[in-house]
Design a protein. Structure first.
Length: 158
């Protein structure tokens, strides 16, 4: 199960991952300067105003220490797993919202083309975390996928 996943977040000459080097370096600057990065990250993850239901996500982001956020951000943005996709041994459900500010919909199509056994589910709302922004729709597509692949597990409620 991939939720708003990307094998590479940085754009290059043949791949559109969603971020230019200057954007990523700008975010690193916010984290290293310890100002404004939490709001920038929360805005990117949710892509909508923080409602009462989404307060938990915002609080979790605010609870991350900047030095930890910097290491994690660099690990995420500098990674490139495109060459590993073909090695997947199990069916994969690629879920994504129709408007994800962190991962363009083209990445979900890329994943579906490069994973041996993948299907995509585009959820109707916005944000990078559909399990939080639209939990019922997310749970429905997850349970449908699990039923179809022979896995019968109750999806958690978020």
């Amino acid at each position: 199960m991939f939720i708003g996943a990307s094998p590479r977040y940085l754009n290059d000459q043949t791949y559109w991952g969603g971020f230019e080097r200057a954007d990523v370096d700008g975010f690193y600057g916010l984290v290293d300067g310890r100002q404004g990065w939490q709001d920038a990250l929360t805005g990117m993850l949710l892509n909508q105003p923080v409602s009462l239901a989404l307060q938990e996500v915002a609080q979790r982001v605010r609870g991350v220490r900047p030095e930890v956020a910097g290491v994690v951000a660099r690990a995420i943005f500098e990674s490139d797993y495109r060459d590993l996709l073909e090695q997947a041994r199990h069916p994969v459900l690629v879920t994504q919202t129709r408007a994800d500010s962190a991962v363009p919909t083209s990445v979900a199509h890329y994943l579906a083309q490069h994973l041996p056994d993948a299907e995509t589910a585009f959820l109707p709302r916005v944000g990078h975390l559909p399990n939080f922004t639209e939990p019922e729709a997310y749970k429905t597509v997850l349970n449908t996928f699990l039923d179809r692949t022979g896995k019968h597990v109750l999806a958690p409620t978020y």
